[in-house]
Design a protein. Structure first.
Length: 247
């Protein structure tokens, strides 16, 4: 079993009175997850909490018997776990009127052996920091991302676009969520970052890379990322979860 070190930090930010972000780590499964609640206060927090509480058992069941995460069945199984979780969140909204509109963005990593299996819905992101270079591993499921892909807006325009935060896929949506999952090869010294959009909407990737490279201690890196987001305005809840491949 490859040794993984992790540290996480979540903060409400400087504008919102409550924190609807959640993160969790299940070292026995090699699973790490960040969820960002949607729908406001209790509903958003409930959806994010469901994600971190329920997802480990779903992933454990669906990956049972999968020996190698590089097996194409592994990515399909993780996507299936996220789809099942989405259906459960949606079912909860139908049972309780107070949870109407509840949902969450989520990013999850399962690390085993030489491989990392990543899955996501929404605009929570995963990054790989390797040899001083930051690489984004996920693509936002958002309206602004679609506008970027089509060339209708520039990255500069996207950063201030009024549709920022409008997601096209998320946990709890009424239609089929279509989660994405992929596998990446990992080596000693690699550092993964899982984060909510409260970080990436406030802090540029160049700054994120600088912090990940300068702060060797994981907890310090998390603190510096959250501090940077708050210093830039802290307009959203912010969560950073750092995973270091130690051998």
């Amino acid at each position: 079993m490859r040794r993984i070190g992790h540290a996480g930090l979540s903060d409400a930010g400087r504008v919102r009175g409550t924190n609807e972000d959640r993160w969790a780590a299940d070292r026995s499964l090699g699973l790490y997850v960040v969820a960002d609640g949607l729908g406001g206060r209790a509903a958003g927090a409930t959806a994010a909490q469901m994600a971190v509480d329920v997802l480990p058992a779903l992933v454990r069941r669906r990956l049972e018997g999968v020996a190698d995460l590089a097996d194409p069945d592994a990515a399909e199984s993780l996507a299936g776990a996220l789809a099942e979780l989405s259906a459960r969140v949606h079912a909860a909204t139908r049972r309780d009127a107070a949870l109407h509109g509840m949902g969450a963005a989520v990013v999850v990593a399962v690390l085993r052996g030489a491989w990392g299996l990543l899955g996501h819905l929404g605009d929570c992101r995963a990054y790989l920091f390797r040899d001083g270079v930051l690489k984004r591993l996920t693509r936002d499921h958002s309206l602004v991302q679609l506008l970027l892909d089509s060339g209708d807006v520039t990255p500069t325009q996207a950063a201030a676009h009024p549709a920022r935060g409008q997601l096209t896929r998320y946990l709890g949506m009424e239609t089929e969520p279509l989660p994405e999952a992929r596998v990446v090869a990992l080596g000693a010294g690699d550092r993964l970052l899982l984060c909510s959009d409260g970080l990436t909407s406030q802090v540029g990737e160049e700054v994120i890379g600088d912090i990940l490279g300068q702060a060797r201690r994981r907890a310090e890196a998390c603190e510096r990322l959250v501090t940077a987001a708050n210093a830039a305005g802290g307009r959203d809840n912010v969560t950073a979860l750092i995973l270091d491949v130690l051998d």
